[in-house]
Each structure stands twice: as C-alpha cells, then as structure tokens.
Write a protein that binds this ligand. Structure first.
Ligand SMILES: Nc1ncnc2c1ncn2[C@@H]1O[C@H](COP(=O)(O)OP(=O)(O)O)[C@@H](O)[C@H]1O
Ligand SMILES: [Mg+2]
Length: 237
C-alpha cells in the first residue's frame, strides 16, 4: 500500500470581520495511490476548505499535509505551483475555463506551463478531448459549449499532466442527472485506466455509494470513514 496523501491533525481557521472561525478542527486522513474516495457532508461542514488544503491551494493553520511523503508547509510558493501543475488535477463545480481560449487551448495550458512542447501538448490535449467525447469541439470557446461539455474540458485539462491525484469539488453540482452520470463514468474510467486516485466532494448519493470509500464530514471533522472495498471487488468479478 502506497500512501499518496496524508493529512495530520489539520486545523484551519479564518478571521472574518474580527471574528475567529474554526472550520477544520483537527482532521487526519490517509489516501492511497489509486484510491477512490467520496467526501459528503452538510453545507458548511468544511469540505471545500479541506479540498483546498489537500490541493495545496491554501495552507492549514496547524497540522501538516504530505503529498507523496513531502510536507506541503515546507514548500515555497513556486514549488507549490509546480507541484499543483504536475501532481494534482482539479475540477470545480464551475469549470474555471479561460473564456478567451478554445477547448483545445484550455486543455493544453497546464502542459505548456510544465514546458511540454507546443506540438506534444497539442497532440496530448487532442487525445484527451477525444477521450471525453469532444473531438468535434476542439475550437469552441467555453461559452459555445454546454455545461456538461465544459466540465468534460476541465476534466481533460486536469488530466493532461497525468497527475496521480484528481481532486473534484462537486464536479456535477450544476449538471442534470444524465450529464452527471456521464461525468461520473468518465472519472471512473480514468481511475481504472490510469490508476489516478480520485477524491470527490459530492452531494450525489448515487456517486458516493458507487465509491469504495466514503468520508462523512460533520462540523470540521471526519465523522465516518466507510471503506466499502467489497463493492468494487464484486463489481469487477
Ligand atoms: N475564506 C473564508 N473566510 C471565512 N470563512 C470561510 C472562508 N472559507 C470558508 N469559510 C467558512 O468555513 C465554513 C466551511 O466552508 P466550506 O469549506 O466551503 O464548506 P462546505 O464546502 O462543506 O460547504 C463555512 O462556515 C464558511 O463560511
Ligand atoms: Mg463546498
């Protein structure tokens, strides 16, 4: 078993208009390489805050997060940016695509930042967009794509540098049922084909039930951690 990500006694608080708000209250967690984890919990429980910390988008107030054994708080701003670029993929509820760029260019961007050649980035982005069923939409800008298509572009973008971990914050939160199911199926196949670990915050009970591990967050803590390892073994049999 290889530990990909480890959070140790993580706390996070914010100062808001002179008030001190404790959001994460000492949370520890280990995620293995290739694991699929759903995070559920009521609104305000701290799910997005946790995901931001796990993804090195923000720093904990106390505690430590290790990605592939490396402590994130010891890293410089530039080191964290490089680490996010190469080792983490993100998908948010609102896709955060660059609206001036085409689908192809959006997907190429993280590869170009990682200094992959233009030709190689283009080839790889084209392949990924084909993989998510968008080879006929390469030159469309986000505003010329449906919500589900935009989310598929952001999935392709998250994967271009082949990160070992994909973090998603309610990736299908604003999509209809059948479009959500398509995105879920894609995430599943990415995990299966590339061994990409998935940590997905979701309101979808269906998605959460389909994942081998389900974390329930309540008030800044992990209240339940259910491993349902049997499920996948049975499904694969
Ligand atoms: N930047 C911030 N400043 C102040 N409070 C924040 C900030 N980010 C989140 N919070 C507060 O932390 C709590 C948890 O937020 P969040 O992690 O977004 O919850 P969830 O994603 O589970 O709905 C909320 O009460 C929210 O208002
Ligand atoms: Mg949230």
């Amino acid at each position: 078993m290889t530990i990909l990500l480890r959070a140790e006694s993580v706390e996070k608080s914010f100062q808001l208009e002179g008030r001190h708000i404790e959001v994460l209250k000492g949370l520890s967690l280990e995620i293995e390489a290739g694991e699929r984890v759903a995070i559920v919990g009521t609104s305000g429980a701290g799910k997005s805050t946790l995901l931001h910390l796990l993804g090195a988008l923000d720093q904990p107030t106390a505690g430590e997060i290790y990605l592939q054994g490396e402590a994130l708080t010891t890293k410089s701003h530039d080191e964290l940016a490089a680490l996010r670029n190469k080792r983490l993929g993100f998908i948010f509820q609102f896709h955060h695509l660059l609206k001036e760029l085409t689908a192809l260019e959006n997907v190429m961007m993280p590869a170009l930042i990682a200094r992959v050649s233009q030709a190689e980035a283009k080839r790889s982005a084209g392949e990924l967009l084909e993989r998510v069923g968008l080879s006929h939409r390469l030159d469309h800008r986000p505003s010329e794509l449906s919500g589900g298509e935009q989310q598929r572009v952001s999935l392709a973008r998250a994967l271009i540098n082949r990160p070992p971990l994909l973090l998603a914050d309610e990736p299908t939160g604003n999509l209809d049922g059948s479009t959500s199911a398509e995105i879920h199926a894609l995430l599943e196949s990415v995990n299966r084909e590339h061994g990409t670990a998935l940590v997905i915050v979701t309101h979808s009970e269906e998605l959460a039930q389909s994942m081998p591990r389900r974390l329930v967050m309540v008030d800044g803590r992990i209240d339940q951690d259910d491993k349902q390892q049997m499920k996948r073994d049975c499904a694969d049999a």
